[in-house]
Write a protein of this length. Structure first.
Length: 434
């Protein structure tokens, strides 16, 4: 091991391929650095217990190769640069550890070829700020591109045997009312058939993001937490707030697969067409113990547009914009429970649907053609407060097999109706309300 306290000593230690380099003082570096294989950079707390800062003037920060560790550090780069990034594309990169880090700039681990296996371990990592709009590697599906995240893990290797395994605990992104620009947490494989990312666990604290997408742009989206196709998460736990602020900013989005998704903090969207939870993937269990609330034009609560949700348990869903549907189901799902009811406050308005802006009424609960629900339990009201909408809408070909509502189905607005069951739509004729 070696201890360094200025840039010259740091560069000399890297050239000597020291395995454990302790940083004892903050320092400014004029260009990015690349770590040799098996090298660890470890911050040593200063006399006042503060961690040292590695500042990069106008460049990316630290490049990874293989079996690297970064611990107890603050790393500052310009927000449109990468604070940590991988540079090596050999078949087996080994294991990387990132612990107790505070970053400005994107964390990027992106593989395009050769990589067969590597493991990424994160613990207590906070990305304060980042701007990922300039990175062109973006997944494309459902008529949209997805912007990369402040934390990006992206396996673009077309070989389906290529695997990145991830464990990420105590991850924080952005600050309240000061979100990162782009997605927040972005984890993706190479589409539906290529390289994969297996997520053993993803444990988040607060996540705040926005894409700064102009109004009217329909083919770009972001997500505060986005599990993209090619990624499979065994467990996701969200302990803090998860919030988006702008146009087409999804809060929680899945194109991939999640076995067990537990949300303990509020899910909030403030921008147009920002959906609280949108699922195009395969989610076995989703459990939100805090409210989903959206405040923008066409910003919906929960949408199932592809794939399926086997078990969904929601605290409550409330929307406040025109075109902002509470719950919309277009595919087969299992058992859905809503503990606090479903309430919308808007009328008819524009909303983003699969890359197209369309007009939607702010239904509270909408079963689209092709939607099939095994069972719905609403422990509260299904209610609309806007004009000219239906509270419970079932389109032709939409099917609900079993339904219980402990409250009432209410429509308070002028010209609104509680029930709208179209010809060919099916819902239990004797579903219970109290």
């Amino acid at each position: 091991m070696v201890e360094v306290n200025n840039p010259q000593e740091f560069v000399q230690a890297l050239a000597a391929q020291e395995e454990n380099i302790y940083i004892s003082r903050s320092m400014m570096l004029t260009h990015s650095i690349t770590l040799p294989s098996n090298t660890a950079i470890l911050g040593k707390p200063q006399e006042d217990a503060s961690l040292p800062i590695l500042m990069f003037q106008d460049s990316d920060g630290i490049g990874l190769t293989a079996n690297n560790r970064l611990e107890n550090l603050i790393i500052h780069v310009p927000t449109n640069h990468r604070s940590i990034f991988n540079t090596n594309y050999i078949e087996d990169l080994g294991a990387f550890n990132f612990e107790n880090l505070e970053l400005t700039g994107q964390f990027s681990f992106l593989s395009k070829s050769k990589l067969d296996n590597t493991f990424l371990n994160f613990k207590n990592v906070h990305i304060l700020s980042a701007d990922t709009r300039s990175y062109l590697e973006q997944p494309q599906k459902y008529g949209v591109n997805v912007l990369q995240g402040a934390l990006t893990i992206y396996n673009l290797n077309p070989d389906p045997n290529s695997l990145i395994t991830v464990s990420a605990k105590k991850i924080s992104i952005g600050l309240k009312n000061a979100p990162v620009i782009g997605s927040g947490i972005f984890i993706a494989g190479a589409g539906d058939k290529g390289g994969r990312v297996e997520i053993d666990d993803l444990d988040t604290n607060d996540v705040y993001s926005t894409g700064k997408i102009p109004m009217g742009v329909a083919d770009i989206i972001t997500g505060a937490v986005f599990i993209v196709n090619g990624a499979h998460a065994k467990k996701v736990i969200q302990n803090g707030e998860t919030t988006t602020y702008g146009v087409n900013d999804m809060v929680l989005d899945a194109w991939g697969a999640v076995d067990d998704w537990n949300v303990y903090g509020p899910i909030t969207s403030y921008g147009p067409s920002g959906i609280g939870f949108v699922n195009f993937g395969i989610v076995k269990s989703f459990n939100a113990q805090a409210p989903i609330e959206t405040f923008g034009l066409g910003a919906r609560g929960y949408n199932q547009y592809d794939g399926t949700l086997e078990e969904g348990h929601f605290s409550s869903i409330m929307t406040f914009g025109d075109g902002s549907i509470g719950v919309q189901i277009s595919k087969k799902v299992g058992h859905l429970v809503f503990d606090g009811g479903i309430v919308t406050h808007g009328e008819v308005g524009n909303s983003l649907v699969k890359g197209i802006i369309v007009e939607l009424p702010a239904y509270a609960l909408s079963i689209k053609t092709g939607g099939l629900v095994a069972k719905i339990e609403v422990n509260g009201n299904i209610q609309t407060k806007g004009n000219s909408v239906a509270s419970y809408n079932v389109e032709t070909g939409g099917i609900v097999n079993n339904m219980t509502v402990t409250g009432k189905i209410l429509a308070s607005g002028k010209g609104s109706i509680p029930l709208q069951i179209q010809d060919g739509g099916k819902t239990p004729l004797n579903f219970s309300t109290k």
